[in-house]
Design a protein around this ligand. Structure first.
Ligand code: KG4
Ligand code: ZN
Length: 348
C-alpha cells in the first residue's frame, strides 16, 4: 500500500494531503476565498503569492496530523494541469524539490482525475466502469471512467461551466464570491418554480438536441434580463431567494437530465459526482431522486472532498504509483490538458 504526500495549488485553495491508497491520513486546506472575494473573483497573481506563503507550513501540518515523517512517504505528487499556470507552478516546484531532497518518486496529477478520485475516497469499494459528472468552476463534463488513466469524454459544456454560471449569477445579484454556496443557501427559502428559465439545449445540425452537452451562458443572460425587468418594476424589492431557487432548479434539472440519459444510453449503473457544484443541495436532490427511479447508484462525496483538496490528488497518484507510473522531473504546468491525455504525464 503506497503512502503519498500530495499538493494541490491549481486555483484558490492551497491544499496538502497524505493518503494511503483510499485512506486519508491528513487533509489540510487553506482557502483563499477571503483574499479574492474583495475583487469578486480569483486574481491569478494574488493566488500564486498566497500559495507561496502557505505551502511550507501546510506541509509540516499535514505530516504532524498524520503522525508520519518523510521516511513513511513513498512518493510525492502535485496537480500539474489544468489550472492557473503561476498557481500550479508553486505546488509543482515544491513537490519536485521535496522529491529530489528526500529521494522519492514524483507524480504529476491531472486536476480532473483528482476530482474523479474523490469518489474512490468516498466509497472504498468503488470500481470502474462508472460515469462521472464533473461540475466545477471550470468544467462541466460527463466522463466515462474505464480504468485508472483511461477516460472518454461523453459530454461537456459549450460555454460557461456550471460553477461559473453560479458565480456569474451571484455577481449580477451582488451576492459575493464564490456564488455557488450563497445561491444554494438562499434557494432553500425561495420558490424554485417562481420563474421559468431556459435549460440551454445545444441544437444539432441534423435537428434535435445534443443529449449530453450543456450550455449555461443563455441561462445567465436570461437571469440578467429578468433581473433588469424586475428592477424596472421595483428596484428595492428584488425577489432574490426566488431568483436563486429558480436558477438553481434549472441548472439541477438540466444536469440531471443529461447525466441520467447518458448513463442509460451507455448501460452504466453507477454515477459518481465530483467538483465544487457537486456540493449543491438542489443537484444532489434531483440526481438522487432520478437515479433511484432508474435503479442507478449515485455517489456524492462529502462536501469537503467535492471542493478542491489534495487528498483526491493523492488518491489518483496512489493508483498510478501502484501501477508503476511516475513522472519525469521535467514535467511542466499546463493551463489546459484534456482528461483523455492523462497518461502523457507519466514515463512510458
Ligand atoms: O471544484 P472547485 O472547488 O474548483 C474548481 O476546480 O473549479 O469548484 C468551485 C466552484 C465555484 O464555482 C463555486 O461557486 C461552486 O464550485 N460551488 C457550488 C457550491 N459550492 C461550491 N456551486 C453550487 N452549489 C454549491 N453548494
Ligand atoms: Zn477543482
Amino acid at each position: 500500500m503506497a503512502t503519498i504526500l500530495s499538493v494541490e495549488t491549481s486555483c484558490d485553495e492551497t491544499a496538502i494531503g497524505i493518503v494511503k491508497n483510499r485512506y486519508i491520513r491528513s487533509n489540510v486546506v487553506a482557502s483563499q476565498i477571503s483574499v479574492h472575494s474583495i475583487y469578486g473573483g480569483v486574481v491569478p497573481e494574488v493566488a500564486s503569492r498566497q500559495h507561496l506563503t502557505m505551502i511550507n507550513p501546510l506541509i509540516s501540518q499535514a505530516l504532524t496530523e498524520a503522525e508520519l515523517d518523510w521516511g513513511d512517504i513513498d512518493g510525492i505528487a502535485a496537480t500539474c494541469a489544468p489550472g492557473l499556470v503561476g498557481a500550479l507552478l508553486v505546488g509543482l516546484t515544491a513537490a519536485k524539490t521535496l522529491a529530489i531532497v528526500h529521494q522519492k518518486p514524483f507524480l504529476g496529477v491531472h486536476h480532473l482525475e483528482g476530482h474523479i478520485y474523490a469518489s474512490y475516497l468516498a466509497d472504498s469499494q468503488l470500481q470502474p466502469p462508472f460515469l462521472c459528472l464533473l461540475v466545477s468552476g471550470g468544467h462541466t463534463s460527463l466522463i466515462y471512467v474505464k480504468d485508472c488513466g483511461v477516460y472518454e469524454m461523453l459530454g461537456s459544456t459549450r460555454d460557461d461551466a456550471a460553477g461559473e454560471a453560479f458565480d456569474k449569477v451571484a455577481r449580477l445579484l451582488s451576492l459575493g464570491y464564490p456564488g455557488g454556496p450563497i445561491i444554494d443557501k438562499l434557494a432553500k427559502t425561495g420558490n424554485p418554480t417562481a420563474f421559468s428559465l431556459p435549460e440551454g439545449k445545444i441544437s444539432l445540425p441534423q435537428g434535435g438536441y445534443h443529449p449530453y452537452d450543456s450550455s449555461f451562458s443563455g441561462l445567465k443572460t436570461a437571469v440578467l434580463r429578468l433581473v433588469d425587468k424586475l428592477k424596472q418594476k421595483d428596484e428595492n424589492n428584488l425577489p432574490i431567494n426566488d431568483l436563486a431557487a429558480s436558477f438553481q432548479e434549472t441548472v439541477a434539472r438540466a444536469l440531471t437530465k443529461r447525466t441520467i440519459t447518458c448513463a442509460l444510453d451507455y448501460g452504466i449503473k453507477t454515477i459518481a459526482v465530483g467538483g465544487g457544484v457537486a456540493a449543491n443541495s438542489g443537484l444532489r436532490q434531483h440526481l438522487q431522486t432520478a437515479a433511484t427511479e432508474h435503479n442507478l447508484k449515485v455517489i456524492f462525496p462529502p462536501l469537503k472532498l467535492c471542493t478542491d483538496n489534495a487528498v483526491m490528488i493523492g488518491a489518483a497518484a496512489c493508483d498510478h504509483f501502484n501501477r508503476g507510473h511516475t513522472s519525469p522531473l521535467t514535467l511542466g504546468a499546463q493551463s489546459r490538458l484534456p482528461i483523455t491525455k492523462v497518461m502523457s504525464l507519466y514515463k512510458q
